[in-house]
Write a protein that binds this ligand. Structure first.
Ligand SMILES: [Fe+2]
Length: 172
């Protein structure tokens, strides 16, 4: 079967003729294609978080600067976990930057040097978008693949917690 990736990634083999046990091959590959959305989001997110880490300034600089690094490590780990699930499902995981840009419907993160409040407000919006997409994938995978669903649920809980950390800075 041919997987029509929602990405232009055609050099070399895209998909195996297997998936994880207990799923139809076409179902497993469809889930992998869904998970690719999270992989793109996560790869963009850890780059964006570093960008904010470098350029944030003003009151509470050090708190925000240092708060971002552990989250970046977490998100990088999540990208790895999602990518390896995609491959276990029998589909090539796409990690190239061009595919991220090509398949997204939003603009690049817009801020350069900016205050902690401005960066956290912008990142709050980024998290809302990323988490909404996670919830769509939870709904999609939940019906057929509780293993992928479980990975997504664990990630979403931590992403929502970090969004709360950022929102707490924005109060008052
Ligand atoms: Fe740093």
């Amino acid at each position: 079967m041919t997987v029509t990736h929602n990405v232009d990634f055609r050099a070399g083999q895209n998909a195996k003729d297997y998936t994880v046990p207990g799923l139809e091959v076409s179902t497993g590959h469809k889930i992998a294609e869904q998970l690719q959305k999270q992989l793109h989001d996560l790869n963009e997110l850890h780059l964006t978080l570093k960008h904010a880490h470098w350029n944030v300034e003003g009151p509470n600089f050090i708190g925000v600067h240092e708060m971002l690094d552990p989250q970046i490590e977490l998100v990088r780990g999540y990208a790895d976990e999602i990518a390896e699930r995609i491959v276990a499902l029998g589909v090539a995981a796409v990690g190239v930057p061009g595919a991220i840009v090509k398949n997204r419907n939003h603009e690049d993160y817009a801020l350069g040097f900016a205050s902690t409040i401005d960066h956290l407000s912008a990142l709050d919006d980024v998290y809302t978008r990323v988490i909404e997409s996670y919830r769509e994938s939870i709904a999609m995978t939940g019906e057929v693949d509780p293993i992928s669903e479980d990975i997504l649920i664990g990630h979403t809980a931590e992403l929502e917690k970090f969004q709360w950390f950022m929102r707490a800075h924005l109060e008052r």
